[in-house]
Design a protein around this ligand. Structure first.
Ligand SMILES: [Zn+2]
Ligand SMILES: [Zn+2]
Ligand SMILES: [Zn+2]
Length: 253
C-alpha cells in the first residue's frame, strides 16, 4: 500500500489568506499546506479520502491518472469542496465515480452539488454512484475498509482503517469501542490542529497522548493550522516515532 498526503492543512490551508505570521511567511515547502486529503494505492486500486477545495491541483501535482473511488470522512467543505473536479476521471475512464459516505454526508453533497443529481443534467457535469456507509466494515471497489467513528465537536466523522494503516482527521474525541478498532495499526494518521485548546480538533498534545495509548509503529499528524508553528520547529519537539505530515509526503506500508 502506498499513501500520499495530498494536503495536510486545516480548513483555511496554510498560508492563510492575508496572514503574515512566521508560519504563513515561511519559505519551507513543508509549511505550504493544502486542505487535508490522502491518496491510496492499494491492491491495484486508486482511492482518495475526501475531495477538498484543492483536489484539482493535488491530483495534477501527484500525477494521478486513474481514480477508482472517493471516500468521505464528513461533509465539511474543506473535505468536499473539490468534488466537481472528478469530472476529469469521468471523461478519461468513461464511467461514473463511486463515492462513499454516510447518509448525512451524501445528503449534504446532494444539496451542495444539486446539479450532479438532477434528472436532466447539463452535459459534462460530474457523474457519481453513491454508496451509503454505516459504522460497519465495507468494501470500496473491492478494498476492505473499517470505519472508525470519531467526534468532531458533536459531529460524527469517519476515520478509515485499511489493514495496517489508519487515517483519522477532524477528531476531538474517540470512544473506547472505536479505539479498539484502531489498535494494532502500524501507521496511524491523526489530526493535530494547534498547540492551544480547540473545540473540535485534537491539539498537538492530545494527539501525542493518543499515539502513546494506541502505540502504532509510526504516527503522522495532519490537518495542521498556521498556529501550530513551523514544520521544522515542531518536528524537533516530537518523539522519534511521530512526525508531522507534509504535502506530497509518501509512505509505503
Ligand atoms: Zn477539516
Ligand atoms: Zn499565519
Ligand atoms: Zn471538519
Amino acid at each position: 500500500m502506498k499513501v500520499t498526503f495530498l494536503g495536510t492543512g486545516t480548513s483555511q490551508g496554510v498560508p492563510v489568506i492575508a496572514c503574515d505570521c512566521p508560519v504563513c511567511s515561511s519559505l519551507d515547502y513543508r509549511d505550504k499546506r493544502l486542505r487535508s486529503s490522502i491518496h491510496l494505492e492499494i491492491e491495484g486500486k486508486s482511492l482518495v479520502v475526501d475531495t477538498g477545495p484543492d483536489f484539482r491541483q493535488q491530483m495534477i501535482r501527484e500525477k494521478i491518472h486513474h481514480l477508482d473511488a472517493v471516500l468521505f470522512t464528513h461533509e465539511h467543505k474543506d473535505h468536499t469542496g473539490g468534488l466537481d473536479d472528478i469530472r476529469s476521471y469521468n471523461f478519461l475512464q468513461k464511467k461514473d465515480m463511486p463515492i462513499y459516505g454516510t447518509k448525512k454526508v451524501l445528503n449534504q453533497i446532494k444539496r451542495e452539488f444539486a446539479y450532479i443529481f438532477e434528472e436532466v443534467r447539463y452535459p459534462g457535469v460530474p457523474s457519481v454512484i453513491t454508496h451509503e456507509i454505516v459504522n460497519e466494515p465495507f468494501s470500496a471497489e473491492g478494498i476492505q475498509v473499517v470505519p472508525i467513528q470519531v467526534l468532531h465537536y458533536r459531529l460524527p466523522v469517519f476515520g478509515f482503517r485499511f489493514g495496517d494503516f489508519t487515517y483519522i482527521t477532524d477528531a476531538k474525541y474517540i470512544d473506547d469501542t472505536e479505539l479498539e478498532k484502531i489498535k494494532g495499526t502500524k501507521v496511524l494518521v491523526l489530526n493535530a490542529l494547534q498547540q492551544s485548546h480547540h473545540l473540535s480538533h485534537f491539539t498537538l498534545e492530545e494527539a501525542i497522548q493518543l499515539v502513546h495509548l494506541i502505540k502504532p509503529e509510526l504516527a503522522y499528524f495532519t490537518h495542521i493550522s498556521h498556529r501550530l508553528g513551523t514544520h521544522q520547529e515542531v518536528e524537533k519537539t516530537l518523539p522519534p516515532n511521530i512526525h508531522l505530515a507534509f504535502d506530497g509526503l509518501k509512505i509505503s506500508i
